[in-house]
Write a protein that binds this ligand. Structure first.
Ligand code: SAM
Ligand code: SF4
Length: 333
């Protein structure tokens, strides 16, 4: 079958799928405290998720990342992972992975490994128990740390994702790096993005440019630039002293769109071909309308044909509210 190529000659080989909008945390930069979640019937069923992902894999997707909301709180989600293993076994899919808050890892790490998952991203912004409770509202640090240890023990390679927050985890930069280094975990810092209505948190006050973070890091470590191309927005350095890789995701200050190979599917089956733009197409309609996969394939090709060249986040307008009306938990981070 012909591979998916967008109008700017970018091959689409990376699919991120949000499998739920629900979460057991309420991180202040991601959700409001009293989030309204979607009715169940709006969500793609596990069977629909399987069919959709399998169709994308048939069209050339080689890497599949499962996200949310918190993917591991979706009931029956291990059935989905176990189903995707057949594509790893056949060689069609090269990597099956997920982004998780880590709260359920102690329970699922072994099963994820058995389903063919080898690397995971765990989001963790602080190693301080009180600060963790403050930033996640509902999360508890010991549970997540136990999850990380369980993942490592199961043989999963873990990368930690940390949202860089001014006046919050600035002082933990070195502690986090050392903690990760002692467990052979890479670490990626993410600049906070203007997504969704999150209540009265002042997002601009939270913004900590990674340029500044990097400069602080350079005072303590030798930074070696490495041309690691994951097809994503992260730029990486290696720390001369520990050999560890540290990534920076700076969607606001750098344009990374030229090499974008990815599309996202929301938990309701909308396809967003650019994280920073509102444009999207519906795939749930075609999925439910017919059991004929060519109907779905045509809808996917039509959506890819609309993938924009790039996005346009802008903090200079000095707005406190999100420029993007949808939440990260809806599109999948
Ligand atoms: N619940 C899972 C987790 O936290 O890893 C997966 C979904 S979460 C939406 C994915 C990632 O998005 C997390 O690393 C989270 O820190 C990040 N994120 C959420 N809201 C963000 C925002 N406004 N700006 C930057 N990153 C954000
Ligand atoms: Fe949940 Fe992840 Fe959003 Fe935190 S960042 S509220 S863990 S979806």
């Amino acid at each position: 079958m012909e591979q998916l190529i967008d109008p700017f000659a970018r091959a689409i080989s990376y699919l991120r799928v949000s499998v739920t909008d629900r979460c057991d945390f309420r991180c202040v930069y991601c959700m409001s405290e009293n989030m309204q979640f979607l009715p169940k019937k709006e969500l793609l069923t596990l069977e629909e998720l399987d069919r959709l992902c399998s169709t994308f894999i048939g069209l050339g997707v080689r890497k599949l990342r499962i996200t949310g909301g918190e993917p591991l709180v979706r009931r029956g989600i291990m059935t989905f992972f176990e189903g995707m293993k057949r594509h790893l076994d056949s060689g069609a899919l090269h990597e099956l992975t997920l982004t998780t808050n880590g709260s359920q890892l102690a329970k699922y790490a072994d099963a994820l490994y058995a389903a063919g998952v080898r690397r995971i991203n765990v989001s963790l912004d602080t190693l301080d128990e009180a600060k963790f409770a403050e930033i996640t509202r509902w999360g508890r640090l010991p549970q997540v740390l136990a999850g990380v240890e369980a993942a490592l023990a199961a043989g999963l390679k873990v990368k930690i994702n940390t949202v860089a927050l001014k006046d919050f985890n600035e002082d933990e930069l070195l502690t986090l790096i050392e903690w990760c280094a002692s467990r052979q975990m890479d670490l990626t810092f993410i600049e906070v993005m203007p997504m969704g209505d999150i209540g009265n948190e002042n997002r601009l006050g939270q913004y900590w440019p990674l340029r500044d973070l990097r400069a602080t890091l350079a005072e303590h470590y030798t930074l070696i630039n490495i041309p690691l191309n994951t097809g994503g927005p992260a730029r990486y350095v290696q720390l001369g002293e520990t050999g560890q890789r540290v990534g920076f995701i700076t969607p606001l200050t750098h344009n990374f769109c030229e090499s974008c190979n990815r599309v996202r599917i929301t938990c309701t089956g909308e396809i967003y071909t650019c994280l920073g733009q509102e444009g999207h197409s519906d795939l749930r309609g075609p999925l439910r309308a017919s059991s004929d996969d060519t109907v779905l394939e045509d809808a996917i090709r039509a959506a890819i044909a609309l993938k924009p060249k790039g996005h346009d986040f802008d903090y200079s307008r000095d707005r406190l509210d999100g420029q993007m009306t949808r939440h990260m938990s809806h599109t999948g981070g």
